[in-house]
Design a protein around this ligand. Structure first.
Ligand SMILES: [Ca+2]
Length: 261
C-alpha cells in the first residue's frame, strides 16, 4: 500500500501518531491537538488510530491485485484432453451401420460356404409350438424345419418361460467335430448346453453354462457358435439344451451346422 493512499482516505478529523518505525503514515505532518494531554484527548487519539487502521485495511481489501492479469494463466489455455469428444454426425452413424452390416455379411458368408461345414439331415425336439392345442402343431413349427441350410423355415418350441427344451440334429457324415453353429431367429440367449453324440451313441458335453454372447443386431439371424478341440470319436448328432426362462418368449431355430472332417 502506498503512503499517499492512506492519507487520502483518512477520515476527517482523524489524527494519527504512529511509532517512527511504522513508516506507513506521515505522523509528523498530521500531528493534532487531540494528542497533547488528558484522558479525552488520549481516547480520541486511540479512536483515530483505530479509524485510520480500519481505512487502511479496507483499502487493502479493495485494492486490485496489480499483476493478476499477467501472472494468472489465460482461461482459454485449459488442458486439451478435458475437451468433450465431438458428437458423431448422422453421416457417421449411417456409415457405421453399413460397415457393421458388411462385417456381418462377411462373417455369415464364411459360415454358409464353409467347406468343412455340413447342415443337419434331420432333427427332433422336445416340444413343438401348438402341440398342446386342440388342433396340434402346424407344419411351419416342426423340428424338421431345422434340417438343411438357413431358409427362413423354423422350429418353434412350445414354452416361453418354463423349464428346458432340447433339440437334436443328425448329420449325414460323421466327422471329428471342431465347431457347432446354430442359426436362431430368436431365443439364442437361452442356450445352456451343447452335447455331441458319437457314432457309438454316447453323449459328450462340449459347452454348458450361461450364454453371455453379446446380442448381434447387425443382421437378420443370430449365430450361436461354439468351438472346441477336435473330437477323438466321429460325431453323428448335436444336442442343444435351452433354458426357457433365461430369454423369455418362444424360441425359433432355422438351421444347425456341424464343422469337422
Ligand atoms: Ca430352416
Amino acid at each position: 500500500m502506498r503512503e499517499t493512499e492512506v492519507g487520502s482516505n483518512r477520515p476527517s478529523g482523524g489524527v494519527v501518531e504512529l511509532p517512527p518505525s511504522s513508516g506507513r503514515f506521515r505522523a509528523g505532518a498530521n500531528r493534532a491537538p487531540c494528542c497533547k494531554d488528558g484522558f479525552v484527548n488520549k481516547a480520541l487519539c486511540v479512536l483515530a488510530v483505530v479509524a485510520a487502521l480500519s481505512a487502511c485495511s479496507k483499502k487493502t481489501e479493495e485494492a486490485p491485485v496489480a499483476d493478476a492479469g499477467t501472472s494468472a494463466p489465460p482461461a482459454t489455455q485449459g488442458p486439451a484432453q478435458n475437451a468433450p469428444a465431438a458428437e458423431p454426425t448422422e453421416a457417421d452413424r449411417e456409415r457405421a451401420e453399413k460397415q457393421a452390416a458388411l462385417d456381418y455379411a462377411t462373417m455369415e458368408d464364411s459360415y454358409l460356404n464353409d467347406p468343412k461345414g455340413q447342415w443337419a439331415q434331420s432333427a427332433t425336439a422336445s416340444s413343438v409350438f401348438g402341440e398342446t392345442g386342440s388342433s396340434g402343431p402346424s407344419d411351419v413349427n416342426q423340428a424338421q424345419n431345422m434340417a438343411g441350410k438357413p431358409d427362413g423355415r423354423e422350429w418353434t418350441n412350445d414354452h416361453q418361460d418354463m423349464g428346458f427344451d432340447t433339440f437334436e440334429a443328425t448329420f449325414g457324415k460323421p466327422v471329428h467335430a471342431t465347431e457347432v453353429r446354430v442359426v436362431f431367429r430368436k431365443g439364442n440367449e437361452a442356450v445352456s448346453k451343447v452335447e455331441l453324440k458319437g457314432v457309438d451313441g454316447a453323449y459328450t458335453t462340449v459347452w454348458s453354462g450361461l450364454n453371455e454372447d453379446p446380442e448381434d443386431r447387425r443382421g437378420s439371424r443370430q449365430w450361436f457358435v461354439r468351438k472346441f478341440a477336435a473330437t477323438s470319436n466321429p460325431v453323428q448328432s448335436v444336442k442343444v439344451t435351452i433354458a426357457n426362462t433365461v430369454e423369455r418368449g418362444y424360441k425359433a431355430v432355422d438351421a444347425v451346422q456341424l464343422v469337422g472332417e
